[in-house]
Design a protein around this ligand. Structure first.
Ligand code: PMP
Length: 449
């Protein structure tokens, strides 16, 4: 094993970091994290910070969850791998599908298709949506609609429904037949609308218009995050997702909830769909399902789609999709141990309470710092959008936001910067005192500019 200097020197030399410019990473190597406990990270220099990023929106129970660790270890001893392709299964995978059917019953979701992460879950849901219409004889329903600003992972399917051109342009041409409509982004929207309920109606009308333009009978599914995450934390008005559900139903379009971030408590409800009182046809999950302890995901499937597949009696109904690591027994064992821990810790309720405090704390920073243009969030997903000028809403200079990040980190809090926005998604076990620590460190960070 090499020492810490080796890690610092070689960081970004041979490894390309995801979502980063290789040259920029070489010039300015990212922090090397070497250990973590509870909600606290330690870097290669021994500096400690409260992880207000929660890994990458996934370490909801923090870094010291022994039951998950032990379940992984026991499973590795007993059976490190076997496949779930036609003909075989493993115990933990079967048990997990049973447990998830209980967990997601309030969302009307009864079957699981297992994956290795969020992008795989999105790809799976898109494919199943197309196949659903094909086996029912509506073979022209192949298109996908989604929201601008939406993020759905990086496979070609997910990138094609993605609503951010940074993740699209370099990889075009993408999947044909994917179209984006306006997201209910209150701070910046093309209607100049400032009332969230009216904006929800305008965005629903824009979706309706696109459906009419494309032809409803050509559309397989609409995919959306109940609260947009990576696009800058955009919580819609409570009426938006129910409006979308109604529109989809009226036009025979499946509704896919991409809950890779929002499932398992982050918004303050156990799922984002439940938060808005909507039952999706398919739900993409990953991330917190194993608390970051193992790469794993599940697409949850509702009654309508389940029935179409299970009553199909020709070869079209066979699923021609799956991964070597679909239903990996170690991942399944990790998820199976994670579910009761999340429930015991009351993560959803804590996310709601601490989230309200965090949003209020960050909103108070607006009075002290001209650079804060907007603060928004739901539960423990929060965004602070920084601007150079509040009137024009011109995004703040990139260098300045780098300085905010670095100062906040030195103050003992790790945040995430995305464009001109600071994104906060701490573990859902944070205390009121942790929330105070996060807000004061950001206050210091903003003071530095
Ligand atoms: N969908 C959403 C809503 C996400 O936030 C993400 C990841 N941030 C993904 C899909 C992709 O997940 P992964 O990075 O695990 O492939």
């Amino acid at each position: 094993m090499h020492d810490n200097n080796f890690l610092k020197e070689n960081n970004a030399r041979h490894m390309w970091h995801p979502m980063a410019h290789p040259a920029e990473m070489r010039a300015n190597p990212p922090k090397v994290i070497t250990a973590a406990e509870g909600v606290t990270l330690t870097d290669v220099d021994g500096h400690k910070s409260l992880d207000a990023v929660g890994g990458l929106w996934n370490v909801n129970l923090g870094y010291s969850c022994d039951p998950i660790k032990q379940a992984i270890s026991r499973q590795l001893d007993q059976l490190a791998y076997y496949s779930a392709f036609r003909g075989t299964a493993t115990g933990p995978a079967v048990e997990l599908s049973y447990a998830l059917a209980e967990w997601f019953r309030p969302d009307g979701l009864v079957r699981s298709f297992f994956t290795s992460g969020g992008s795989d879950s999105v790809e799976t849901a898109l494919r199943l949506a197309r196949q659903y219409h094909k086996i029912r004889g509506e073979r022209d329903r192949t298109k996908f609609l989604s929201l601008k600003k939406g993020y759905h992972g990086t496979h070609f399917g997910g990138a094609s429904v993605n609503g951010n051109s940074n993740f699209r342009r370099n990889y075009e041409p993408l999947l044909p037949g994917c179209f984006q409509t306006t997201a209910p982004y209150l701070y910046r929207n093309p209607f100049g609308e400032t009332d969230p309920a009216r904006l929800a109606q305008l965005c629903a009308a824009a979706l309706e218009d696109e459906i009419a333009f494309q032809g409803a009978d050509t559309i397989a599914a609409f995919i959306m995050e109940p609260v947009l995450g990576a696009g800058g934390v955009i919580p819609p008005h409570e009426s938006f997702m129910p409006l979308v559900r109604e529109i989809c139903d009226r036009h025979g379009i499946l509704l896919i909830a991409d809950e890779v971030i929002t499932a398992f408590g982050r918004t303050g409800a156990w799922t984002g769909s439940r938060l808005w009182g909507v039952k999706p046809d398919l739900m993409c999950t990953a991330k917190a399902i194993t608390n970051g302890y193992f790469p794993f995901g599940a697409v949850m499937i509702g009654e309508k789609v389940t029935e179409a597949f299970e009553t199909n009696n020709d070869s079209f109904g066979a699923i021609g999709h799956g991964y070597t690591y679909s239903a990996h027994p170690v991942g399944a064992a990790a998820a199976l141990a994670c579910l009761p821990e999340m429930e015991k810790a009351g993560l959803a309720a804590n996310a709601a309470a601490r989230g309200a405090e965090l949003i209020a704390g960050c909103a108070a920073l607006m009075e002290r710092h001209e650079s804060v243009g907007d603060v928004r969030g739901k539960g423990l997903m929060v965004a602070i959008e920084l601007v150079g000028d509040r009137k024009t809403k011109k995004p703040i200079d990139k260098k300045l936001i780098g300085k905010v990040f670095e100062t906040t980190y030195r103050q003992g809090v790790m945040v995430r910067v995305s464009g001109n926005t600071i994104i906060l998604s701490p573990p859902l076990i944070v205390t009121a005192a942790d929330v105070g620590t996060i807000v004061s460190a950001i206050d210091a960070g903003l003071s530095a500019i």
